[in-house]
Ligand binder design. Structure first.
Ligand code: NAD
Ligand code: SER
Length: 321
């Protein structure tokens, strides 16, 4: 039986995707790879890998008999704006290297896109097929990546699939330098300090999703039969759409003493202002049955419970329930 390789496995998504794949296929079938070393909790085989190194990737795919690749290595929006050339090298050269290895090795491939692939000319409720003129370097690499994946599917018959993830909220690993990181930081700050200083304006509405929904969407997409699909590499998947103020209000319902103030960061605010507020995911719903499970209330309750169980010291904190 062939194995599944997760590249960028130690990041925010990989930290939840790897255990989900291990539950689905068995831990011995999942290979986690990253440019940095894992902590002791990782319970699947690990490989140190730079995804831009084609020879090392090829050797790994052959040695581990890889049949499916989840390619998660990228620089996210805020980091990419600080280091645009490094972002192009990783997000584009890395993707091209992985696409080529998947083509040569006959692997199935998952490549995530983002709502960052849209831009200020996109309608605020972004249709599936619409104008995409992103203004951030991250967005430029994401829309280019969508097109490159379409090209490999059309010209080489590669089975490559993808989702335009919204901002993702999770408790397993910290976010990797994005514009939506505030929506994770706020939970840690609320439990530890009872206060958070937000780097976006209170009325900045963005599409968001809780990680369990994102992992389920990813696995369902990869299990689905693509025969009747009209789309393939960049499905909109909508779950939540909220502002920092609305998230703070929801957290206050659990932690009444929680306070938030705002110090907008011009770079991340400009990126957020260029993104849509929500997306039309009717293609994902009709083509492979996408359905989100978590609303804002359920997300907040679950995040706070998980963080409290991960950090026993917070259980006795005066902000705890
Ligand atoms: P992350 O930054 O948390 O993790 C990326 C991982 O890639 C890190 O562990 C990093 O060490 C690793 N990496 C960096 N350079 C590498 C290299 N050269 N070779 C191998 N590994 C390398 O990112 P994430 O949040 O897990 O995002 C994964 C993917 O999903 C990215 O393509 C991102 O654009 C996309 N996405 C994420 C979100 C989100 O909110 N997290 C939203 C939309 C799209
Ligand atoms: N959460 C990601 C970011 O903010 C969106 O792709 O960069």
């Amino acid at each position: 039986m062939s194995t599944t390789l997760v590249i960028g496995a130690l990041g925010q998504i990989g930290s939840d995707l790897v255990p989900a794949l291990a539950r689905q296929d068995g831990a011995a079938q999942v290979i986690a790879a990253d440019v940095r070393l894992p902590g002791p909790a990782l319970n699947v085989p690990f490989e140190l890998l730079d995804c831009t190194d084609a020879d090392s990737l090829h050797a790994l795919v052959v040695r581990r008999e890889v049949g499916t690749i989840y390619h998660l290595a990228a620089l996210l929006s805020a980091s990419a704006e600080e280091r645009p050339h490094a972002a192009w090298r990783l997000n584009m050269n890395g993707l091209l290297t992985v696409l080529e290895e998947a083509r040569l090795g006959g692997c199935r491939l998952f490549v995530p896109s983002s709502v960052a692939a849209f831009g200020p000319l996109t309608p605020v409720h972004a249709p599936q097929d619409t104008v995409q003129r992103p203004v951030s370097m991250y967005g430029v690499t994401k829309v280019s990546g969508e097109l490159l994946c379409d090209y490999y599917a059309a010209h080489f018959g590669l089975d490559v699939r993808g989702l335009r993830y919204p901002g993702l909220i999770s408790s397993s690993a910290p976010p990797g330098g994005g514009t939506t990181d505030y929506a994770v930081e706020i939970f840690h700050a609320a439990l530890e300090h009872g206060h958070y200083t937000c780097f976006l304006r209170p009325d900045t509405r963005l599409p968001m999703m809780y990680m369990p929904d994102a992992i389920r969407a990813t696995l369902e997409l990869m299990r689905a039969d693509p025969k009747q699909w009209r789309h393939r590499n960049a499905f909109n998947v909508q779950a939540l759409s909220f502002t920092p103020q609305e998230l703070a209000d929801a957290i206050q319902r659990h932690l009444p003493g929680f306070t938030m103030r705002y110090e907008p960061d011009p770079v991340r605010q400009a990126i957020a202002d260029s993104w849509p507020q929500s997306t039309d995911d009717s293609a994902a719903r009709s083509e492979w049955g996408w359905q989100p499970a978590y609303d804002l209330e359920r997300l907040c309750a679950d995040m706070l419970e998980r963080l409290r169980s991960l950090t026993p010291a917070l259980q006795g904190h005066h902000y705890a329930k």
